[in-house]
Design a protein around this ligand. Structure first.
Ligand code: ADP
Ligand code: GLC
Length: 492
């Protein structure tokens, strides 16, 4: 154990590290729609290296069942009360890369989509919170910290503290990590009361009410022992009305218990030197493989196969968050006036998908919009691109820009949240920095930054320096895991 941890524990009058149960809606590689899954998949592995027994509990989604049914062990099952309903809870155990994952099985709630949207999603995850709490005393594991993630698991601390007194292990601590404050799980109070039996005295602004709704994330912010988010900048931003989506009051009130811990990426999965999903491998000293990846990407995606043209890429959920309105505003200007290519891999809002399909038809051979979710292709896009565009309106952390850097694709980002914390902008006077950035959420500012980046394209020395520094930046999960370990110990 690290000396620092030993000393921290000593102050608490104990010698063992706490055991942790991570609760979430998704976990890579089992079920993933975004960065949350990556974090939940990677954090326990990194914590294990620090000596912390961290296990995961997630729903047994159909996509997991389809692939892993043969590897799971049925532990037990029972029925939970979900209001007037009796709901089956099956607990399956899966060990993956040494990490124990408990899967909550219920075909009715997790038989099709990971997220059903709207009220049905509220019922899915109200059920999940209830199932986790009822499972805790039955598990072959005694966590001291329950680590909840986003609104889908944010009711756990409130239910524990208001409905399970005496029935729960003593001194159980609750941490809530906010990965995205834009999604809060807002429902009519009657609905929540019907599902979870919440006492109406909690439907006030001090507890879970926000703008006439019962708000799961707000309840989590009120009842968790500590709150963190996934970058220091975002931790500050969510104390302001522009970013907080109504939660600035509670987050300011609890700012002493709020911190920011930047995510990392799984350096084993995202490693251009060993990546089996690429047609060729490379590292910063030998970039020939990167050129081969670019040629393969261009060829596969119907782009002109040209090494000399700068290839810009995005791999993303297509939502407001990710800055698509900026891209839509200036893509014609950029494509018309510059010799460049653009590769988008993404899926999401129909209006953005359709816009990008239209752009593809206008710039055939130079712009490709691959609408869909494709893990394998994403690796080739990171490896085969020269620049990586991420002009987010807000970005709690962002993993894509870190992955892009690891593959030597130079990020162009808006200075917000985790993007600000991970992308040091290029300084042409000192020749430092790993990417390019702009401050305001403004399409022309983004376009000017793209042009500024392009102005270095033919300067091999500058480009090589940028690529080399970007690939060298250490975004492994080790540092994040250490911060989480400190936080867990503080909470004891
Ligand atoms: P967010 O979690 O907000 O979507 P992040 O940057 O934290 O953003 O994480 C996104 C993760 O999802 C990255 O690993 C990215 O490569 C992956 N991803 C997003 N869209 C796609 C897609 N269409 N196909 C494959 N991977 C995707
Ligand atoms: C959310 C955020 C993203 C972050 C991810 C993992 O999806 O949008 O910025 O990287 O969670 O924490």
């Amino acid at each position: 154990m690290k000396k620092e941890f030993r000393e921290m524990l000593k102050e608490k009058g104990r010698s063992e590290l706490p055991a942790v149960l991570l609760c979430a809606a998704e976990c890579a590689p089992l079920a993933k729609t975004g960065g949350l899954a990556d974090v939940v998949g990677t954090l326990p592995k990194s914590l294990a290296r620090l000596g912390i027994d961290a296990r995961v509990i997630i729903p047994y989604h159909r996509v997991i069942k389809n692939k892993y049914a043969g590897q799971t062990e049925h532990m037990f099952h029972f029925y939970s009360n979900l209001g007037w309903r009796k709901a089956y809870v099956g607990i399956e155990k899966l060990v993956l890369d040494g990490v124990v994952i408990y899967l909550v099985d219920n075909e009715q709630y997790f038989g099709d989509k990971i997220y059903r949207g709207g009220y049905p999603e509220g019922e899915q995850y109200a059920y999940f919170c209830r199932a986790v709490l009822d499972t805790l005393p039955l598990l072959d594991f005694r966590p001291e910290v329950v680590h909840c993630n986003d609104w889908h698991t944010a009711m756990i601390p409130m239910l524990a503290k208001t409905q399970y007194q005496g029935g729960m292990q003593e001194n159980l601590r609750f941490l809530l990590t906010i990965h995205n404050i834009a999604f809060q799980g807002k429902f009519g109070f009657d609905y929540v009361q019907d599902l979870l039996g919440v006492d109406s005295k909690y439907y006030t602004w001090e507890f879970m009410e926000l703008n006439g709704c019962a708000d799961f994330l707000k309840a989590g912010c009120v009842f968790s022992d500590r709150i963190n988010t996934v970058s220091p900048s975002y931790a500050n931003e969510i104390k302001t009305p522009y970013y907080a989506e109504g939660l600035e009051g509670i987050l300011n009130a609890r700012s002493e218990q709020l911190s920011g811990i930047i995510n990392g990426i799984d350096k084993d999965v995202f490693n251009p030197r060993t990546d089996g999903l690429l047609p060729a491998r490379y590292d910063r000293g030998h970039l020939n493989g990167k050129a081969a990846c670019k040629a393969e990407l261009q060829q596969r995606m119907g782009l002109e196969v040209r090494p000399d043209v700068p290839l810009f890429a995005m791999v993303t959920r297509m939502t407001e968050q990710k800055g698509f309105d900026l891209v839509a505003h200036v893509i014609d200007d950029l494509m018309t006036n510059n010799d460049m290519q653009f590769m988008l891999l993404g899926t999401g809002d129909e209006r953005f998908e359709n816009f990008m399909r239209g752009a593809e038809s206008r710039y055939k051979g130079r712009l490709c919009a691959y609408i869909g979710y494709n893990e394998e292709l994403s690796h080739l896009v990171y490896a085969g691109s020269d620049f990586y565009l991420m002009p987010s309106r807000f970005e709690p952390c962002g993993l894509s820009q870190m992955i892009a850097m690891r593959y030597g694709s130079i990020p162009i980002v808006r200075e917000t949240g985790g993007l600000r914390d991970t992308v040091a902008p290029y300084n042409e006077y000192t020749d430092e920095g790993v990417g390019f950035s702009f401050a305001n959420y403004d399409a022309w500012e983004m376009r000017n930054t793209v042009l500024y980046a392009l102005s270095f394209w033919n300067n091999k020395e500058v480009m090589h320096g940028l690529i080399s520094r970007a690939m060298q930046a250490d975004f492994g999960f080790e540092l994040s895991a250490q911060e989480y370990a400190r936080l867990y110990i503080w909470m004891l």
